[in-house]
Write a protein that binds this ligand. Structure first.
Ligand code: NAP
Ligand code: GDD
Length: 353
């Protein structure tokens, strides 16, 4: 049987790397786009590299950028994919307030450039497109549990840029009958998560604290709630979404919501450490209540958590909790990971590195 060919933008990111692995395991040829950087940016996919002269190569990287229309046209033309997964983005919500125009150029116009490339190459009937939409679109949530029918209220330049991409995908689906799907994915994490996202930051900092390499962890809003899953489960959903007979929009979520504070407490509890908090707002502090494990030299009542204004966003998303019944029913998608299993895996990875 002829192998399927997939093109992944953002292949060097958390999701791109897991998706590439998953598609290769399904016998795909995978092409990925990496951007030019002065330092190495392929650490998440280095293990997929094969020797250049290897005859049965399954994984290929191409230089391009989501801001480079002609580059995207050339890659799509030369790789001839049947599936494009558009995962590339400036994906950090806090940072999007600092680089709003760039975020918009990459996240909003990036998908438009792909859609126009596919259309102008006359490949509409040959290519299915998956777009990485996001639960950030719900923002100041209109309902306590969000599904495909819930209205959007984006709260950051990142979310607004993704709102454009979400709707331009739907518009090209309706206007030109393109097979464009939006995966409205809620937060998903893993050992490969970028270092400045809150779960990875908490896990790596707690490990440093118990090892005696760091004394205080500085965080922002501890009361925000997120619906966290594992990226490995979520890339499987991306594949199922693009296989489905008609292009559509799909919520992918765990259905449970947890505060940043609870995530922090859970992570400490894996080491037998419990905390208590005193003070409020920027003056709130977290202290060691009990350290059961004698291996860790953490004194009772020592301060380990402080709040830093710089990690707050000008406008926050307070609560996300997704209802993924549609994907569970129609696509038979089910996550394997619980939050505890995710945290355990992230901690084990951190301890080993
Ligand atoms: P990530 O780790 O930040 O990866 C983003 C990828 O995009 C990286 O490969 C990055 O390249 C690439 N990229 C950034 N700017 C680019 C540009 N101008 N041109 C080409 N490539 C560019 O993000 P992720 O967590 O894997 O998320 C994947 C996608 O899903 C993103 O679109 C994100 O917004 C969306 N999403 C994520 C979540 C989540 O919880 N993880 C939830 C909903 C939606 P470098 O490696 O060179 O930086
Ligand atoms: N990053 C960060 N750092 N966030 C903090 C911190 C901190 O020190 N302290 C508290 N938080 C809070 C943020 O204010 C936010 O409410 C929550 O932790 C989660 O922040 P992130 O991990 O940065 O993720 P996000 O929810 O803003 O965005 C991620 O999920 C979206 C899906 O809902 C990203 O992956 C987006 O690309 C994705 O679309």
């Amino acid at each position: 049987m002829k192998k399927k060919i997939a093109l992944i933008t953002g292949v060097t990111g958390q999701d791109g790397s897991y998706l590439a692995e998953y598609l290769i395991s399904k016998n795909y040829i995978v092409h990925g786009i990496k951007r030019k950087s002065s330092s190495f940016n392929t650490s998440r996919v280095d293990h997929l590299f094969q020797e250049v002269h290897e005859k049965k190569k399954k994984f290929f990287l191409h230089y391009c950028d989501m801001t480079d229309s002609l580059g995207l046209v050339n890659i799509i033309k030369n790789t001839n994919p049947s599936e494009i997964y558009n995962l590339a983005a400036q994906s950090h919500v806090r940072v999007s307030f600092d680089i709003a125009e760039y975020t918009t150029n990459v996240n909003a116009l990036g998908l438009l450039r792909i859609l126009e490339a596919v259309k102008s190459l006359g490949m509409i009937d040959k290519i299915r497109i998956y777009h990485a939409s996001t639960s950030e679109l719900y923002g100041k949530v209109k309902k306590p549990i969000q599904d495909e029918k819930t209205d959007f209220y984006p709260r950051s330049p990142y979310a607004v840029s993704k709102l454009f991409a979400h709707w331009i995908g739907i518009n090209y689906r309706e206007a030109y009958k393109m097979h464009v799907c939006n995966g409205i994915l809620f937060n998903h994490e893993s050992p490969r998560r970028g270092d400045t996202f809150v779960t990875k930051k908490i896990v790596s900092s707690v490990v440093k604290v118990v090892k005696g390499e760091q004394s205080i962890i500085y965080l922002g809003n501890l009361n925000a709630k997120r619906d966290w899953g594992h990226a490995k489960d979520y890339v499987k959903a991306m594949h199922s979404i693009i296989q489905y007979k008609k292009p559509d929009d799909w919520v992918i979520s765990s259905g449970k919501t947890t505060s940043v504070r609870s995530f922090l407490l859970k992570t400490f509890s894996f080491f037998g450490i419990s905390l208590y908090f005193k003070g409020s707002g920027l003056n709130e502090k977290g202290y060691v209540k009990i350290c059961k494990n004698k291996k860790y030299d953490l004194k009772k009542h020592s301060c380990v958590i402080r709040i830093d204004q710089r990690y707050f966003r000008p406008t926050e998303v307070d609560l996300l909790k997704g209802d993924s019944s549609k994907a569970r029913k129609i696509l038979k998608w089910r996550p394997d990971y619980s939050l505890d299993k995710l945290i355990k895996e992230m901690i084990e990875h951190e301890l080993a590195s």
